[in-house]
Design a protein around this ligand. Sequence first.
Ligand code: ATP
Ligand code: MG
Length: 180
Amino acid sequence: MFLKRLEIAGFKSFAEKIHVDFVPGVTAIVGPNGSGKSNIIDAIRWVLGEQSAKSLRGSKMEDVIFAGSDSRKAVNFAEVTLILDNTQNLFPLDYTEISVTRRVFRSGDSAYLLNGQTCRLKDITTLFMDSGLGKEAFSIISQGRVDEILNSRADERRNVFDEAAGVLKYKTHKLQAEHK
Ligand code: ATP
Ligand code: MG
């Protein structure tokens, strides 16, 4: 098991702190339109370092902070923590559990934490590179992406499989070497 728990507070539609515990097997999140299913996936991409507000379906980063509803006032900051299992030492850190936290305030201040210690975005990106879980990895297939894959040219579709098999980076290196 890889993902253990996701904690969300003040992020998008989640004003109150909520958590999702991932148990062994398949976890499905179901609910009516607009109930926040995609916001949960956005929270995972955000905590892994997503920098594009547009790809989080907003226009500026502040849009990830709960903006208020009929019954609740807006909040001043959003915080997401993702807890991962590291008993298999997939990540080169001396911890059996890894927690990654990202926080952003309306003032624009923001912070990343790795197991409770302040760190840089670069530390998070480096940690997840090649793990298959980075913000751009194939592990997250967003709405519309399936159609995109089915409708793409054969060679473009091949890239998706190459990436999943972990050979895309070698092919890319080879191409770069050949063009030097
Ligand atoms: P669908 O089944 O249509 O895909 P969904 O369950 O994936 O729906 P989401 O897209 O996750 O729904 O949630 C959309 C809701 O989140 C909208 O009601 C929107 O108003 C709310 N929302 C998004 N950002 C914020 C924010 N910053 N503050 C408050 N609510 C927000
Ligand atoms: Mg959705």
